[in-house]
Design a protein around this ligand. Structure first.
Ligand code: F6P
Length: 374
């Protein structure tokens, strides 16, 4: 029987652990199951443009510790692919390329957007397995995602480091942390870094509450405060405007209404993009302390993956190879405790895992006196 031929790609934002996952899958598929492996360049774009190259053991050597992705990535949507002639549904093209390449399966490493792309290709009849990657940890049905542990380490170290300038200058230091629409990364790093206040999208804040926490600290003799602010965090008023704009998009029935609603949502997002700087100014006015802002940005996605992410990426990658060998497709390989288990993509695609109000991390933060802005 001919060896199974498998394609692999990375899509969405880069993250530490992608190469570890490519290696985990590849070494299992090639070494253990004697499969043939090809890597598609730049995510969905490589599938559409039929741009791939063989991946052998040599190509997988030495990549466990390398940040980013050796394959490149993109954020393209397979059913709304940008071309010079406008947006095109490229699912038929991808099916054609998959078949011409003689693939038996396709492994897609990515976040929530990739889960949706994977589901679309499954619905078109392809044998697809998704591996959960993102520093945001916002993918449903899995305990965690590779990239999250490393980004938490990076953001925690940053919070540790800004404590120096905070206590030296008696300042409020606001550190903005990634996470898209979820607060996991900010909450985890905020707790680990001992932030005095942690602001996440799931808990709209009031400036009065944040200022009151800082004033309480001042009364107790603390001359500084460190605030971990999620990039998606908003005050109560901005949250209402943002949710109303998102509701308009969901309610829009016609293409024209969709376009107008999306334009309005983008305008609201643009207006609110500088929310951490706005909060800094408001806190200076409310407390009389100097405030400074540090935006961590892409530093959180850079560099070598932590040991935890290397272990997770290897486990999930190896489990994916076993599923290919067993002919089990249409799933995401989820981390469930020490297990790596298949979960139907129907249960993952289109869902976002946000921080529940009663989550253990929330309770722990409140117990140690961290202000959450509410
Ligand atoms: O999903 C990972 C992430 O880093 C988010 O935390 C962030 O909002 C987004 O990607 C940034 O997207 P881009 O890399 O396209 O600027």
């Amino acid at each position: 029987m001919n060896a199974k031929k498998v394609g692999i790609l990375t899509a969405g934002g880069d993250s530490p652990g992608l190469n570890a996952a490519i290696r985990g899958f590849g070494k299992s598929a090639i070494g253990h199951y004697k499969m043939d492996l090809v890597g598609f360049r730049d995510g969905i774009t490589g599938l559409v443009e039929d741009h791939y190259e063989p991946l052998d053991s040599r190509a997988l050597s030495g990549i466990l510790t390398v940040g980013g992705t050796i394959l490149g990535t993109s954020r393209d949507k397979v059913h709304k692919f940008p071309t010079p002639d406008g947006v095109v549904d490229m699912v038929p093209r991808v099916v054609e390329n998959y078949e011409r390449a003689g693939l038996d399966a396709l492994i897609m490493l990515g976040g929530g957007g990739t889960a949706k792309n994977a589901k679309r290709l499954v619905d078109a009849g392809l044998n697809v397995i998704h591996l959960p990657k993102t520093i945001d940890n916002d993918i449903a049905m899995t305990d965690t995602t590779f990239g999250f542990a490393t980004a938490t380490e990076i953001a925690t170290e940053a919070i540790d480091r800004v404590h120096s300038t905070a206590h030296s200058h008696h300042r409020i230091i606001l550190t903005e942390i990634m996470g898209h629409r979820a607060g996991w990364l900010t909450l985890g790093a905020g707790i680990a870094g001992g932030a005095d206040i942690i602001l996440i999208p799931e808990i709209p804040y009031t400036v009065d509450s944040v200022a009151a926490t800082i004033s309480e600290r001042t009364k107790r003799g603390s001359t500084f405060s460190v605030v971990a602010v999620a990039e998606g965090a908003r005050d109560v008023a901005d949250t209402a405007d943002y949710e109303a704009a998102r509701l308009l998009v969901r309610a829009a029935k016609t293409p024209e209404a969709q376009r107008a609603a999306r334009a309005h949502l983008k305008n609201v997002e643009d207006l609110q993009r500088e929310h951490t700087f706005k909060l800094a100014r408001e806190l200076e006015a409310a407390t009389g302390l100097e405030a400074r802002v540090t935006i961590l940005g892409y530093v959180q996605r850079g560099g070598s993956p932590s040991a935890a992410d290397r272990l997770l990426a290897t486990r999930l990658g190896a489990a994916a190879a076993e599923l290919v060998a067993d002919g089990h497709f249409g799933v995401m390989v989820a981390a469930h405790g020490e297990l790596a288990e298949p979960v139907a993509l129907d249960e993952v695609a289109g869902k976002v895992k946000l921080v529940p109000a009663d989550h253990a991390w929330i309770r722990a933060a409140r117990m140690v006196g961290t202000g959450l802005g509410d």
